[in-house]
Design a protein around this ligand. Sequence first.
Ligand code: BTN
Length: 254
Amino acid sequence: MYKILANTIFLGKDVHFLPECHSTNDKAIQMIKEKVAHEGTIIICEHQTRGKGQRGNKWLSEKGLNLTFSLVLKPSFMDLSEQFYLNMAISNSIRKLLQEYITSIKVKWPNDLIVPEYGKIGGVLIENTFSGDGWEFAVVGIGININQQSFESTKATSLANITGNQFDLKELFRLLITQIEQGYLHLKRGNWAEIKNEYLYHLYLKGEWSNFKDDRGEFKGLISGVSKEGKLEVELESGDIELFGLKEIVFLNY
Ligand code: BTN
């Protein structure tokens, strides 16, 4: 069982452990609608059977081997249009913790935790709920491959595969939540420029000429940053800077 966390201020004081569920994000959204989830609530599931990933993909995770959970946050101090700062703060926190075990960990835009030469180890899916006044909650769904050793996708890997060690999921969960709370409070205090700089510093392929594809074909580009809305800024060989949304660009070097 995952216990209520003792060393945090608000995150993880209300932890719901489910032996099986479809998706922790869906469960959190349902609990928000039923008014039984609030800021800081965490839903963690041992066997997620219909996990959702970015771009409508599935998130597959073997029972009891990885971390799959969702946090309920109420970022009423920011505008929905600024939400990418929340994405960056969360990615920074996860990357910081994983860096304790794998020094070469990177964030691949927008929210993938990857280890170049090995593959993707984790991802984040943020979904929003709205009430009469507008944006109400952000449900931050996090999946991190920890002890699983074989994957359907050749691009997926785990902490165990990279380090050769097995990990205590509950201990990693506790450390991760503590780190995420610190990152979120940092955001809440208004340290936005620092959060963005940290995100860009660890961004995969930033400043390197690389191969991409969009609906017009393949091209070479250099990631130069991210826009306020979270679009990827890519410098083209012509010197122009182009912005790409989530479904508008494919990384060919990965
Ligand atoms: C991605 O990289 O595509 C995002 C993956 C997010 C997966 C997590 S697992 C817990 C939470 N519940 C879901 O259904 N998805 C997220």
